[in-house]
Design a protein around this ligand. Structure first.
Ligand code: SF4
Length: 262
């Protein structure tokens, strides 16, 4: 039996099928996204994904008397940094980003913390190099890390200095993917724990040192308690929420620009 269907009608049917398919596809994508979001939550609360540590010239992990850095804050010993990594991993963190405001090889404990995070917890490591040069010895240290789970980050203008690492199998990312001055395309600190080189917890790198955004010290109480504490600042005020060099290397920002090869 030949069914006579006019072109107009066929077009209408096709459009309707296409629109139904599109609707289904949209619903499917929506559900997949919702599942992914759900998988990132624990007890209905967003899960921590990133641990972001900042390393200054004084380094991290060096022992010394309490208040040795002149701030009154205790300096953390290596085993205490490793405990922070353990705690963050137990909260779901699968990324450790180390922002180095000094040469990568200057403080060997940095490699020990990173190695612990990757080998013990399977974390992906982001080495954010504030000093964009690497010696042969530093490259040799990097080669101990799993290339698939290691990212090297430098400012956009320094990317060419790191091209040789790509030949060694490393992925090199821009530490400042977004122009300065605008509103950051970041997820904010919601899924991130930021610890500065003194072991102080701040809402994020942008407000490191700002007393209104200090969340305590990593030795004071478990990270889980800090993250769940509604009385500490979990958001940055809109008035200062602007991309600046202090956002360089921020995992919450960088990850948004490199979603496809996370
Ligand atoms: S450091 Fe900048 S990009 Fe990162 S969470 Fe804070 S405001 Fe957003």
């Amino acid at each position: 039996m030949v069914v006579n269907v006019s072109r107009k009608k066929t077009k209408g049917i096709t459009e309707s099928v296409e629109s139904d398919s599109l609707q289904l596809l949209l619903e499917f994508r929506h559900r997949i996204r919702a599942c992914c979001e759900e998988a990132r939550k624990v007890n209905g609360k967003p899960k921590i994904v990133y641990l972001w540590l900042c390393v200054t010239e004084r380094g991290i992990g060096h022992s010394g008397p309490s208040g040795a850095n002149g701030s009154g804050a205790s300096t953390l010993a290596l085993h205490e940094w490793l405990t922070i990594v353990d705690e963050a991993a137990s909260m779901g963190s699968d990324w450790l980003v180390l922002t180095l405001l000094t040469e990568l090889g200057r403080h060997p404990d940095v490699f020990r913390v990173a190695e612990w995070a990757q080998k013990t917890h399977g974390m992906t490591i982001g080495f954010h190099l504030g000093v964009p040069t690497l010696t042969d010895a530093e490259i040799k240290q990097l080669e101990r890390f799993d290339r698939q789970k290691t990212r090297i980050m430098v400012r956009r203008e320094d990317l060419d200095k790191m091209r040789h690492l790509q030949a060694l199998g490393f992925t090199v990312w821009t530490a400042n993917p977004q122009e300065e001055g605008g509103k950051p395309d970041c997820q904010g600190p919601a899924r991130m724990i930021y610890v500065n080189a003194k072991g102080e917890l701040y809402t994020c790198g942008l407000v490191d040192g700002h007393p209104d955004y200090r969340m305590g010290h990593a030795l004071e109480r478990p990270l889980r308690a800090v993250v769940a504490d509604p009385s500490v600042p979990h958001y940055v005020d809109e008035s200062i929420h602007t991309v600046s060099p202090a956002c360089d290397g921020c995992p919450s920002l960088v990850a948004n620009f490199f979603r496809d090869n996370l």
